[in-house]
Design a protein around this ligand. Structure first.
Ligand code: N0T
Length: 525
């Protein structure tokens, strides 16, 4: 026995963490940047009896991480009596399948509602009050001013974290999602007497400062005008979540994040069109300021359009937020946003509703979870696997650019980071010569990923697209020096063949085959 050994218990050493020393924040697992190739199961799938149907899908997809909910009602069926069977089941199952876990705390808020609160919470509205609408009618959302609700959630969550600290020295669990899509539908804010009393008070100075508000004194309406109710809700809910997260971290310091039900990023709708008080793009600064214990605020993407997706990735990677995508729809047209997320620095990606339990969340997601539906998502992770674990480090270093098919313009020019080259990515072209403009793919499935290895050296991969290079120096043309296809194993590039002739004369054409190219190029005039 030695004290040194005690201090080095695996649970204290090498905790998964977010590292901010690079161009993009990275998730560090066992000392190295880690890219979570993940999938989330349906809400009611994290039960022992459903796990065979879960693994059937996840193993096909080629994930390294499973996102699964932990239910408050199941963890604490009677007040103060905790049952860890569901969590232990998830740990056991994940380890048996050699996967990591992201656990989702379905507590006070699940899509804004307390559906997962235990019966003893639901049946005691005097102690655990619901929010009220302006007309005094309750909404199915716990009041963020309910002090007993906060204390109860905090106790359950810290109990969960204590249990994980004891039962997971090998860090099967990488990350914790605190609540699920916080906020409220059906009212812009809580109108309970407790809430009303605070709404007319002055906005806390710390909030004003963090938001760079010129006005330094005023109540919520005076400072935020017609957005007052939304900002008030965001503040009240972020403050509640901060206390839950901070208490949990004090017990066991895993990285923690919240997920957002998005507000339309380009044409934000008015009251009622989005979940008020959740971490929508317009209140991200406030959320970051009020909830510093969160390591990230992450988008749940159910907007299929190209422009919307690019806007969401920009908004949620801005200001140093550690981006990952904890949910994205599982319809085929969402698969093509994987590389674009990585290019924005994402340390993980996770289509939602990926299991063969029979439930599907169409029309949000695919109508059937079958081989066809899984295929484009599977190809994404196959391509990622060709990098042999190195992609996460290159993402952190800002070397990765990702391009998704723009289903309106069908072609896009990308300036390649610190180089004199640009790439033109086009969709729907044949792989031989053509003088026609790119028509786009029938189902927009195109995407490309380029890693900048040096001034004239790149890794290039893609699905359903053509990638051409051209010099940005006026009058200069280019020639390939070498286009090698291959993959990385433990950091070593392994070449399987050279591409030349038809395979390079009309650009680098990618279809449905996972192929990684290492390209050296030069210009001449
Ligand atoms: C998601 C999922 C699950 C455009 C939906 C999305 C998951 C939750 N919520 O299947 O419930 O637990 O985080 C809400 C999307 C609202 C879209 C509104 C119409």
């Amino acid at each position: 026995f030695s004290f040194a050994a005690l201090a080095q218990r695996p649970s204290d050493r090498d905790l998964p963490r977010i590292d901010r020393s690079g161009v993009h924040p990275a998730l560090i697992v066992e000392g190295k940047p880690f890219l979570m190739l993940s999938a989330q199961v349906n809400n009611s799938s994290a039960w022992q009896g459903e796990m065979p149907a879960v693994w059937r899908t996840l193993n096909d997809l080629g994930v390294n991480t499973l996102e699964a909910p932990v239910y408050w009602e199941t963890l604490e069926p009677e007040e103060g009596r905790f049952d860890f069977a569901q969590i232990d089941m998830l740990l056991r199952e994940a380890r048996a399948h050699k996967k990591h876990l992201v656990l989702l705390w379905f507590g006070t808020w699940k899509n804004g509602s307390p559906g997962y609160a235990p019966e003893w919470v639901k049946r005691d509205p005097a102690r655990f009050p619901l929010s009220l609408k302006a007309d005094g009618m309750p909404v199915f959302s716990l009041s963020p001013f309910g002090t007993a609700s906060l204390a109860a959630d905090e106790r359950a969550f810290t109990t969960l974290m204590r249990h994980l600290k004891q039962s997971d020295p090998q860090h099967t669990v990488l990350l914790i999602q605190v609540e699920n899509e916080t906020g409220m539908w059906g009212s812009m804010r809580d109108h309970s007497p407790a809430a009303d009393a605070v709404f007319t008070q002055t906005v806390p100075a710390a909030v004003l400062q963090s938001m760079g508000k010129a006005k330094t004194h005023g109540n919520w309406s005076e400072i935020f005008g017609q957005d007052a109710e939304e900002f008030f809700s965001a503040w009240a809910i972020a403050r509640y979540v901060q206390q839950v997260a901070a208490a949990g971290k004090a017990v066991y310091g895993l990285p923690m994040y919240v997920n957002a039900a998005l507000r339309d990023p380009i044409h934000p709708g008015g009251p009622g069109s989005f979940e008020s008080g959740g971490p929508t793009f317009d209140v991200l600064t406030l959320w970051h300021a009020v909830a510093p214990s969160l390591d990230g605020i992450e988008p749940d993407i159910y907007l299929p359009g190209y422009e919307e997706n690019m806007a969401v990735l920009r908004q949620y990677s801005a200001d140093g937020n550690a981006l990952f995508v904890p949910e994205i729809g599982n319809r085929p047209e969402y698969a093509r946003y994987f590389f674009a997320a990585l290019g924005h620095g994402a340390f993980g990606w996770s289509p939602f509703g990926m299991d063969a339990t029979g439930y599907v969340n169409a029309p949000l997601g695919a109508a059937h979870i079958d081989a066809d539906a899984l295929h484009p998502f599977e190809q994404n992770y196959r391509v990622a696997a060709l990098f042999g674990g190195q992609l996460a480090a290159w993402i952190r270093e800002g070397r990765v650019q990702g391009i998704a098919e723009d289903h309106v313009r069908h072609t896009e020019d990308i300036v390649l980071g610190n180089s004199s080259w640009k790439a033109t990515v086009s969709y729907g072209l044949p792989s031989f010569w053509t003088d026609k403009p790119a028509p786009g793919n029938k189902v927009p499935a195109g995407e490309a990923l380029i890693v900048n290895l040096g001034p004239d050296e790149f890794l290039v991969t893609g699905l359903h697209c053509r990638v051409d290079f051209s010099s940005m120096v006026q009058g200069k043309q280019h020639m390939w020096i070498s286009v090698e296809e291959g993959d990385y194993t433990q950091g070593i590039w392994h070449r399987t063949r050279l591409w030349n002739g038809d395979q390079t004369d009309y650009g680098l054409n990618f279809f449905d085959e996972p192929q990684l190219l290492r390209v050296r190029i030069m210009s001449y005039e």
